[in-house]
Structures are given as structure tokens and as C-alpha cells.
Ligand binder design. Structure first.
Ligand SMILES: [Fe+2]
Length: 198
């Protein structure tokens, strides 16, 4: 069965633990709130339906699209050059990957299929975008980067634990593996920029 239940369970565990050394408390709190929000709002995922390749492609595309939207908000609102540079990287990298995803699904004659996971990601991102729109200056920068750290951890975990193992088509699987590497790099980059914020 390929569902996201273990993925949510790992987030729950993460939320229950004390912050690791060097992890700012704000990130730990955000982690807990994100985990709780996902657990509460994604009851549909608990049904455990096996993901199909069209659904997996849609989730991967949506995850990239949402990070682009968040980055564009940061490019508009942030005044910090490091935060802006990070956001510009997100736009560049996710647009490139999503172009590859579109090219692959066209080649495979597959239509990406909307599903509970991609809808849940979109709903959560919309809430976060609204929250961030109330902030400015360093408060915005901290909240944006903290969310980026958590978001990339979520997508990293989903890719490694569920999406890549569930993908049947070899080319889709290879693309997802490349996405995973990129996502891991983004998460580390977000942590680095967050740590440098004053
Ligand atoms: Fe990213």
C-alpha cells in the first residue's frame, strides 16, 4: 500500500521531539504546526489509495509550482539580497524541473491527474501565502525561510518514501530522483540563509 501515513507519522514524531542542536526554536515550532496541520487536514490521504503515475506527476509538478509562487512572493516582499537570491534560485530550478515534467508527460502521453495530495499541498500553501502577506522586513524573511525549510523537508520525505517507490515508469522515476536531489539542495540552502538572518 502506498499511502502517506508513514510520512505524516514521521512528521508527528519530529514535532514531538525537542529541537535538534542548532535548530532554531522558531523552526521547531513551525515544524510542529505544519505537521499538525497536515495530520488534521489530510484525512483523505489516510485512505491509502495507491498513487498512479499521472497522480505522482501532478504532485511533483504542484510541489514545484507552489515553491515558485512562494518565491515570487519573497521576490516582491523581501528586501534582503540573500533571501531574494534564494527565491530566484527556487524560481529558476522549479521552472526548469516543471518544464521537464511537462515534456515527459507529453512524451508518455500521460495527463497529470489532480489528487488529494496535490490538493492538500495547494490548500496549505494558500494559507501560508496569506499569513506571509501580513509580514514584512526581517519578520517576513524569517517566516518565509522557515517555511521553505519545512516545505522542502516535507517534499523530500514524500519523494523518497512514497513518490519515487510508487512510480512505475522508469523515466518518471529518474526525473523524481533528480527532483529529490534538487529539493535536498534547496532545503540546505534555505537553512543556510535562515541561519544568516539577523
Ligand atoms: Fe525549492
Amino acid at each position: 500500500m502506498r499511502c502517506l501515513e508513514p510520512f505524516r507519522a514521521s512528521l508527528s514524531l519530529q514535532a514531538a521531539q525537542s529541537p535538534a542542536p542548532g535548530v532554531p526554536r522558531m523552526i521547531a515550532r513551525l515544524s510542529a504546526s505544519v505537521a499538525a496541520a497536515i495530520m488534521m487536514s489530510s484525512s483523505a490521504l489516510a485512505q491509502g489509495a495507491e498513487l498512479t503515475d499521472p497522480q505522482i506527476a501532478h504532485i511533483a509538478y504542484t510541489a514545484g509550482k507552489l515553491d515558485i509562487t512562494a518565491a515570487k512572493q519573497a521576490l516582491e516582499r523581501s528586501e534582503n539580497p540573500n533571501v531574494k537570491a534564494f527565491a530566484a534560485d527556487m524560481v529558476r530550478d522549479h521552472e526548469a524541473v516543471n518544464r521537464q515534467t511537462i515534456a515527459l508527460v507529453k512524451k508518455l502521453r500521460v495527463t497529470p491527474k489532480d489528487n488529494d495530495t496535490s490538493r492538500m499541498l495547494s490548500q496549505k500553501a494558500a494559507v501560508k501565502t496569506k499569513e506571509l502577506s501580513q509580514l514584512k522586513g526581517v519578520e517576513f524573511d524569517k517566516a518565509y525561510l522557515n517555511n521553505e525549510v519545512i516545505y522542502h523537508k516535507i517534499v523530500d520525505d514524500a519523494l523518497a518514501t512514497h513518490l519515487i517507490p510508487s512510480a512505475r515508469n522508469a523515466e518518471l522515476k529518474d526525473l523524481l530522483k533528480a527532483v529529490l536531489k534538487s529539493i535536498q539542495g534547496h532545503g540546505q540552502h534555505a537553512e543556510q540563509v535562515a541561519a544568516e538572518l539577523k
